[in-house]
Design a protein around this ligand. Structure first.
Ligand code: SF4
Length: 225
């Protein structure tokens, strides 16, 4: 498989935000979201076997007094690589709690049931609307999370309508609405978290506002955190 980076950081998103976590970032993506903050993972990377990746994770996760047990497979789009399910399987067998962050365009049913899937549904102003594989709705389980990254009021209206129409809060552990963080280099604007919070409150939506915690801890332009 092709790997961009393996690193440890604080989980920045979802219901496990704030926890120490190992990240395995797989190279390549077939989408081009207008606000993508990991475009550096589109190309390059190094070829590594599943066993080599697991060995690196083991070495990285050990601390002086414990072991980081939470692990996220991310990208790019990790499910483009055929070895991704085998990697997840191997990491589960090694005792990690395994999460995967995916764009929603690939079918998540290829993954072991125990993997916690964080599945995006792309909103209109991402530039990648209508890429969600609707079969994923049936493949989601009660431990999984659905995420909408929201950059405009139009995105919010789409996310609210999709959440309500498909009764997402009954299907998954959590529905996440995350505002786009502005590009530090000025490439795209962000959405004020307060504005999104006020829309959610006005509609009484059963969703969780998600902020990218790591961008408040470290420089928002920093890689590998
Ligand atoms: S799916 Fe993810 S990695 Fe791919 S372009 Fe969109 S935000 Fe970037």
């Amino acid at each position: 498989m092709v790997i961009t980076e393996i690193f440890k950081s604080i989980q920045g998103e979802g219901t496990r935000a704030g926890l120490p976590c190992i990240f395995v970032r797989l190279t390549g993506c077939n989408l081009r979201c207008t606000w993508c903050d990991t475009a550096y993972a589109f190309y390059g990377g190094t070829k590594q076997s599943v066993d080599e990746v697991i060995e690196k994770v083991r070495a990285l996760s050990g601390g002086d007094t414990g072991r980081i047990n939470l692990l996220e497979i991310t990208g790019g789009e990790p499910l483009l690589q055929p070895e991704a399910p085998a990697l997840a399987e191997g990491l589960l067998a090694a005792g990690y709690k395994v999460m995967i962050e995916t764009s929603g365009e690939r079918f998540i049913g290829v993954l072991p049931r125990e993997v916690i899937k964080i599945v995006d549904v792309k909103c209109p102003d991402s530039g990648e609307a209508d890429t969600f594989d609707m079969k994923n709705l049936e493949a989601l389980g009660p431990n999984d999370e659905i995420k909408f990254v929201i950059s405009t009021r139009r995105d919010y209206d789409f996310a609210r309508e999709f959440t309500t129409r498909h009764e997402l809060s009954k299907r998954v552990h959590e529905v996440l609405f995350s505002p786009v963080f502005p590009d530090p280099a000025g490439g795209w604007p962000g959405l004020e978290a307060r504005e999104l919070a006020e829309w959610i409150l006005a509609d009484g939506l059963p969703v969780r506002l998600g902020l990218q915690l790591h961008k408040f801890i470290w420089d928002p332009a920093m890689k590998g955190v």
